[in-house]
Design a binder for this molecule. Structure first.
Ligand SMILES: *Cc1c(COP(=O)(O)O)cnc(C)c1O
Length: 371
């Protein structure tokens, strides 16, 4: 079976994890601090806060943006469910906006249509690793006092206007789940510009402790910690961070390989009339976290039949994206989202992973050409 994704992990990650285990300190400690510094450097932001997942990271971003009960937060329905769930964790109300069919992302127009006087924040997703147009969405939001939080779950190694994606975002959250390009098993990273907000989020991810467990351990004097507000256990472990440090060094090579394979797909699939594929937007570059294709409306077979056909031929493919507003958990929220509904119905994610061979890729392409 050709998998839809396979993380590129090897001896180096295994050794790094083993060293962390043998060091005797496996919870959040020096390796997490080192990973945070390295990640902040790679994204070009002053602060990075390692967390247990992008989902918990998004929750912290919303708190950092001052979002609370009664506030509205504009999100794309066309996203993994965690984008919307995070809004609920903050006690706020998700408001769904439609997306652009070429990038799968919110646009200034769709955001503007969803904004009300109660909107406190927008979660702008770099969907499948295609950067969203942050500056254009900020231009709509900032005059109204609305914070734009970047859901950069898929965006490690992505560029926006020549710089790392999320660099310009006040708050952003990355994912290190194995389905993404850079993985630590589970894990995430919040990036922030404001020192005060970053310090608060660092406390909140560790039960809102005034002095971290690692700092108390390192201290030669007795230190009693305090708790000024209700916090969370959203920590990353040093074992995960050790793996993350290795993965971060490999990131440029991983992105380069994905882009090479994606370009091969684009060429090979160009003979299918009306097929739209993931590609770079005019203002940035994608890491092809997912290589998706959207079938034309008049395609001879349906998306679901195509998924079955791929599975029968040993190819594991997936619906490209779910739509939260069509799930029972959010069906009570009314929304008119024609582009989202077409994309969730007609799009497929094709296999793409670092060690994929050209022969494997050709096998996938062959199924798409089958009449
Ligand atoms: C994967 C993903 C998440 C959730 O990431 P976790 O690290 O698994 O919590 C959130 N948003 C988007 C857009 C994602 O693709």
């Amino acid at each position: 079976m050709i998998p839809v994704m396979r993380p590129w992990l090897g001896e180096e990650e295994a050794r790094a994890a083993s060293e962390a285990v043998l060091s005797g300190w496996v919870a959040q400690g020096p390796r997490v601090a080192e990973f945070e510094a390295a990640f902040a450097g790679a994204v070009g932001v002053p602060h990075a806060i390692a967390v247990s997942s992008c989902t918990t990271g998004l929750h912290l971003c919303l708190i950092g943006a001052g979002v609370g009960p009664g506030d509205e937060v504009v999100v794309p329905s066309l996203s993994f469910i965690a984008t919307t769930n995070a809004v609920m964790y903050a006690g706020a109300v998700p408001v769904f906006a439609d997306v652009d069919a070429a990038t799968l992302n919110l646009t200034p127009e769709t955001v503007e249509a969803a904004v009300t006087p109660r909107t406190k924040a927008v979660i702008l997703v770099d969907q499948c690793g295609i950067p969203a147009d942050l500056d254009a969405v900020r231009a709509v939001c900032e005059p109204r006092g609305i914070t734009v939080i970047e859901d950069a779950a898929c965006a490690a190694g992505v560029t926006y206007k020549g710089r790392p994606a999320a660099m310009a975002a006040e708050l952003a959250a990355f994912s290190f789940h194995p389905r993404k390009v850079l993985t630590t098993g589970e894990g995430g990273m919040v990036t922030a510009h404001d020192a005060g907000v970053a310090a608060r989020l660092k406390r909140l991810r560790e039960h809102a402790m005034s002095v971290s467990a690692a700092d108390r351990h390192a201290s030669s004097t007795v230190t009693l910690e305090g708790y000024d507000e209700v916090g969370y256990n959203y920590r990353m472990t040093d074992i995960q961070a050790a793996i993350g440090l290795v993965q971060l060094r490999k990131l440029p090579e991983m992105v380069a390989r994905r882009r090479e394979l994606a370009e091969r797909y684009q060429k090979a699939l160009s003979g299918i009339p009306g097929l739209v594929t993931a590609t770079d937007p005019s203002y940035g570059t994608t890491n092809y976290q997912s290589f998706w294709v959207t079938l034309p409306e008049d395609h001879p077979i349906s998306r679901d039949d195509l998924l079955v056909r791929l599975a029968e031929r040993g190819v594991s493919a997936r619906r490209a994206l779910m739509a939260a507003h069509l799930q029972p958990a959010y069906a009570h929220i009314g929304a008119s989202l024609p582009v989202t509904e077409r994309l969730t119905r007609d799009s497929v994610t094709l296999p793409l992973y670092h060690e994929m061979t050209e022969e494997e890729q050709d096998r996938v392409v062959e199924v798409l050409y089958d009449k």
